[in-house]
Design a protein around this ligand. Structure first.
Ligand code: NDP
Length: 244
């Protein structure tokens, strides 16, 4: 049986912005597929799990991602909103950073977005309805020291989003970007370069330590989706007021 509200798929729902998105769409009654590698963290979120599916999926594995989405669609109907949120930021100076960290960022932040997009887009085109919201960053249009591969990945998200938007605009499918500034999430916990991390913390101090509360990012995502289908909010960037 189809739900009154359509299926929302969120990648990287186990923490940070994705977890806040999940709370907001759950409160609004949307059936959801929540994805992340740490499913126990998703299952611990304060949600009503009546119409929520949770799956351990790495977004770099397109087959696994497709299988999870198809299974959710069999239960809740076609995906109407995909939030390509999963991402990783491994700060590091390019002279000493392990290239494996560059690969992780490019695979997750760029390939992950393309993987999810390719899975849901044909159905959206066929139905002439659907929305994909890609989580980029202010680092998607502005460079920061010690962010070379991350900036490359997020500039990539900006480029691919606008390209795909142009490709599907006539099919009534929306492609949107949210580009937040620094937010209080788990993003920095994976950084291995202590010196780059110290520089980042010093930069955050210039904002009086105040960064974006993830709930405002989720509200932005919801605002974009709640616009009528004939309106594509192409991009919103938001940051703490004190961020440079
Ligand atoms: P978090 O680290 O809190 O969340 C990242 C999420 O991505 C986690 O749920 C993680 O889940 C998931 N993830 C990471 N790698 C993979 C993978 N290979 N497969 C599946 N899921 C994965 O950080 P944020 O909430 O901050 O990050 C969310 C998005 O926002 C990212 O795209 C990030 O680049 C972007 N962003 C963040 C900013 C910030 O300052 N916080 C600023 C601008 C943009 P799990 O580990 O369970 O797989």
């Amino acid at each position: 049986m189809l739900n009154a509200k359509p299926l929302v798929v969120i990648t990287g729902a186990s923490s940070g912005f994705g977890a806040e998105d999940a709370k907001l769409f759950n409160a609004a009654g949307y059936p959801m597929l929540l994805l992340g590698r740490r499913v126990e963290k998703i299952k611990a979120l304060p949600l009503n799990f009546d119409n929520v599916l949770v799956d351990a999926v790495d977004v770099t594995d397109q087959a696994a991602l497709a299988a999870a989405i198809r299974q959710a669609e069999a239960q809740y109907g076609p995906t109407d909103l995909l939030i390509n949120n999963a991402g990783v930021m491994l700060l590091g100076n390019v002279t000493r950073q392990d290239p494996k960290e560059w690969q992780t960022m490019l695979d997750t932040n760029v390939m992950g977005v393309l993987n999810g997009t390719q899975i849901v887009l044909p159905g959206m085109i066929e139905r002439q309805h659907g929305t994909i919201i890609n989580m980029s960053s202010i680092a998607g249009f502005k460079a920061f020291a010690n962010h070379a591969a991350y900036v490359a990945s997020k500039f990539g998200v900006h480029g691919l989003s606008e390209t795909i938007r142009q490709e599907v605009a006539n099919d009534n499918v929306r492609i949107s970007l949210v580009a937040p500034g620094a937010g209080e999430t788990e993003l920095l916990t994976h950084v291995t370069d202590a010196s780059a991390l110290k520089d980042y913390e010093a930069w955050k101090d210039t904002m009086g330590g105040l960064t974006l509360d993830p709930k405002y990012v989720a509200q932005t995502v919801k605002f974009i989706y709640d616009m009528p289908q004939e309106v594509n909010v192409r991009e919103i960037d938001l940051a703490a007021t004190r961020q440079d």
